[in-house]
Design a protein around this ligand. Structure first.
Ligand SMILES: [Fe+2]
Ligand SMILES: [Fe+2]
Length: 337
């Protein structure tokens, strides 16, 4: 679903990653810089500066965590979907998100970090995931709005990552974006159907839009002026478009979709600015955003507890898979002898 790389939890979120480390071998550094400047791809076996590796591990793992935690708010609605068709679509979408997490953990592992370590950091609360999943899904319209707006925002964020300088991450994003496009469309279509229904159904959709709109705008991360890490990310070819530019693209794309749907967006300052050629919009509540990122949103504890329980409940599956793999290996060794 989503990616923003934050350095949080230690009060240093506004401290920039040091620019290209001076302790690195200058010849290797020059070859790396030349490859980045030529818009080439860095592959796992290539030399890379330690700060580049660390930034990618943080960003890719946060992205992976967001995918698997993102399964929870919607997974909650699988048993309550209003029809067999909606249930089948929702199951497929939630499974896709699990798959995105797996691609991304695999991409992170190519940087020399183990999946166990990454999951341990998530489960202990040390690692972060997208703050959007710390809000509750109160009714069926929330599932549609998550598809339309949350997955829609994720697509805006992730399309530029298909051209990210790190090969495994960029390639994973190509497939992820195709699936996110299905997620966005199924959500929008579900809402279109509700908007043609009863007054209560239309009110449910509007209520869900009102609750999710501002949180989706915050998904693009802090304003550019407060995102010094973005400068280094751009220099490294990891970040291609700034937070504010992505947010603006999302708003400009979403306003006409809201009109077709027949819902209003809850921002009295939202209006077309002919001079800029973009929509102007109101102030995002960043205090609420950071409060949620730092663990104090309405569902942070519940999400983490559910994730840890799912991991613990799956322990026997991992043990059985390992035992089976060992048996297969022993048999292959015996046959080869
Ligand atoms: Fe998605
Ligand atoms: Fe996803």
């Amino acid at each position: 679903m989503y990616t923003q790389s934050f350095t949080v939890g230690d009060g240093k979120q506004n401290k920039p990653v040091p620019l290209t480390a001076s302790t690195e071998d200058p010849l290797k550094q020059a070859a790396f810089d030349a490859k980045i400047d030529a818009d080439g791809r860095i592959e796992p076996q290539d030399w890379m500066p330690d700060a580049y590796r660390k930034t990618l591990v943080r960003q890719i793992s946060q992205h992976a965590h967001s995918e698997i935690v993102g399964m929870l708010p919607e997974g909650n609605w699988i048993s309550r979907a209003p029809s067999l068709k909606r249930k089948a679509i929702l199951i497929a979408k939630v499974q896709d998100e699990g798959g995105h997490g797996l691609y991304l953990y695999s991409a992170a592992e190519t940087l020399g970090v183990s999946r166990d370590k990454l999951l341990g950091d998530l489960h202990s609360g040390r690692a972060k995931y997208s703050s959007i999943f710390n809000y509750p899904t109160l009714n069926w319209a929330d599932v549609g709005v998550i598809g339309w707006l949350v997955d829609g925002a994720a697509i805006m964020n992730q399309i530029p990552l298909c051209r990210c300088s790190y090969g495994p991450y960029a390639r994973a994003m190509v497939r992820v974006c195709k699936e996110e496009s299905f997620h966005q469309r199924q959500g929008y279509e579900a809402l279109l159907v509700m908007m043609k229904g009863t007054a209560e159904q239309r009110a449910m959709v509007q209520d869900a839009v009102n609750r999710w709109w501002w949180k989706c705008l915050a998904m693009f991360g802090p304003p550019d002026a407060d995102s010094p890490n973005s400068v280094q990310g751009t220099r490294w070819g990891i970040k291609r478009i700034s937070n504010d530019d992505l947010r603006q693209k999302f708003i400009d794309a979403t306003v006409p979709q809201a009109q077709v749907l027949g819902v209003s967006l809850p921002d009295p300052d939202l209006k077309w600015n002919a001079q800029r050629g973009h929509h102007d919009y109101g102030r995002i509540d960043w205090d609420e955003f950071w409060n949620t990122v730092n663990g104090n949103g309405p569902c942070n504890k519940e999400r983490l507890a559910t994730r840890v329980k799912a991991h613990d409940d799956g322990q026997w599956v991992r043990e059985a898979a390992l035992a089976y793999a060992r048996k297969q290996q022993a048999r292959a060794t015996q046959e080869a002898a």
